[in-house]
Design a binder for this molecule. Sequence first.
Ligand code: DGJ
Length: 744
Amino acid sequence: MPIEFHAQSRTFHLHNRQMSYIFKVLPSGHLGQLYCGRAIHDRSSFDHLFEAVPRSMSVCYFDGDQSYSLEHIKQEYPTYGTGDMHLPALDAQMPDGSRLLDLRYQGHAIVPGKPAIPGLPATYTEDPAEAQTLTVDLADPLAGVTVTLSYTLFEQLPALARHAVIGYTGPGVLRLERALSFCLDLPDMDYEMVELAGAWARERHVVARPLAQGVQGVYSLRGCSSHHFNPFLALKRPHATEFEGQVLGFSLVYSGNFLAQADVDPYHVTRVTLGIHPQNFTWQLAAGGHFTTPEAVMVYSEAGLNGMSQTFHRLYRTRLARGPWRDKVRPILVNNWEATYFDFTEDKLLALARQARDLGIELFVLDDGWFTNRSDDHGGLGDWEINYHKLPDGLQGFGQKLHDMGLQFGLWIEPEMVNAGTRLWNEHPDWVLHQPGRRPQQGRYQYVLDYSNPDVVDWVFHRLVSVLDGAGVDYIKWDMNRSISDAYSCAVGPAGQGAVLHRYILGVYQLYSLLTERYPNILFESCAGGGARFDPGLLYYAPQCWTSDDTDAVERLKIQYGTSMAYPVSSMGAHVAAAPNHQLGRSTSLTMRANVAFFGAFGYELDLTALSQRGRELVARQVAFVKQYRQLLQFGTFWRLRSPFEGNETAWMTVSPDRSTALVGDYRVLQQANAGYRRLPLAGLDPDRLYQVTRLGSGAQPAGTPLTAYGDELMAAGLVTTGEDPAAEGDFVSRLYLLQPAEL
Ligand code: DGJ
């Protein structure tokens, strides 16, 4: 039983074999946090873990009891008005102008499994035995506010999912201005905060810093989870590494504006909060109404950052992603974007497709530019009318030609946007997010449709259905190429404006639901100008995401390494692009480019018809290699071995569930003259198994004589990777190693 309630001490102990999470109903009726960490024995009371000391200048909850100050008591869902002076989890304004809230325990329930969260993406169970869910009801009768906190602990994973439902019983209207999903008060600040930060084309770089007193955190106010920060943070003990030590990982299952922060108080208590960003957020609740927050997931690891990531990978790959593609290896694709950009004819596309087919590629993705008035990025978005000049037989005819070749057909859409001058723009100016009388701001020459308005979502759905029905589409890349800056909806009055950005994301989720229900077999890949919406929310609908517009292999080392902190390899779109690279002008070998992209949802994004004979041979071999090993590459246990953020070398590997087979990627950015010796300790192997280690050269073909070694040796002594001839190898070198069971 992972969740126990000890009635006498009024204590909840959520535990499985790997972690314990303990809180209790305090004498005041508030929820006090007692412990979060390694699994410990259950007891009928953990009251001795309750800490309260009298501190001068504190406000006390009970007259005369100086030690009982909610400012200094670790809590589960704190509010303002009880003596707690820190940033709260919940903030609301009552009709009388008060912001005072005092939520006290009313009751609780424990159910098997995990109930769905209506309208929102969330982790789930397939069998009720996989988890238990605790809901705790709190209320402030004077304010008319109720809160139900939900906690799901998974039986087999050190992962806890939380969200809150806020209700209002009246009178009048409540203005909810901060409704966070998650709050945890930790008893010390001996952590480093790890975040994923960046910008367009360098998304999700790993940044770590020691906690200090005060607030540190990440956020987005762009209407999407953003290139710049990710709805993720981790707290790791200072000595924790990729392989060892305690780490707490936090992730928000949401795709819009978010806040994730650690707030350290003067007594070193660290309050971790995650949720919708309160800026630009006001949700009005009339009597009987309620608001449901997105879900946040906390993961506990004692096996360092790799341990944390492996739990996120397993949970998000198998119990967040859904649909028939969840467990299937992904087709090898060619995308025409970097091959042609907007400059294509059907003949050109079909020549690319034929070449792709001949090399063994399985899916052809027609990117931006297939619809009318789209010869560049200045026009065309919104009407979704097929450009018969470019595709004489329409999408259906084009799709048929691909299918006749034996290829699957993929299509790009950007359904949240409109360009000026389109019919949609002219007929429905009020469907664009903007304030009447104020010039709307454009980004990439386009404007954002008001997805907070259900009529818009409905219209786009039917428009897309008329394009997609019968077109034989097997894959959709859903793009979103600008931040939202004018969050004002013409569809609602003043009282509704604070809800627009959240309703926008709910509209995106709604359209995803409608499309995935109508086309259950289509593989969806989300995208936002590269990786501006690589978040758990969209993984619920689209099991893979375009990781970054940066296709340079060297930059991808950092991007894929950082992305793997929270997201599984199967979710990372990774393509081999041209050399010189279109974003950086850097030239790397076809082998280096593929050796990086192999660890992702693999594809090509270059003009394959321009390859030399040798290039074509290499691509054919790479494709054959992925077909042979993609189950392992995409669904194996992924280990980060060497960080690109700490030096010139990067290494990672993936191991099959039975630990019999593994693939190691080892990369060196710049060559070194007369370099020292190199050994690469591996991870995740069976120490007692004898492996045959084969180095794979260009085209992922075996090179050199295989080595035989036990798993313990490969993990302790490491794999000797000392270079060959530096002058011959040059910069941007990569090696792959295949580990297979050796004959005894
Ligand atoms: C941005 C995406 O990230 C690219 O891959 C490509 O689809 C372009 N948009 C098309 O406009």
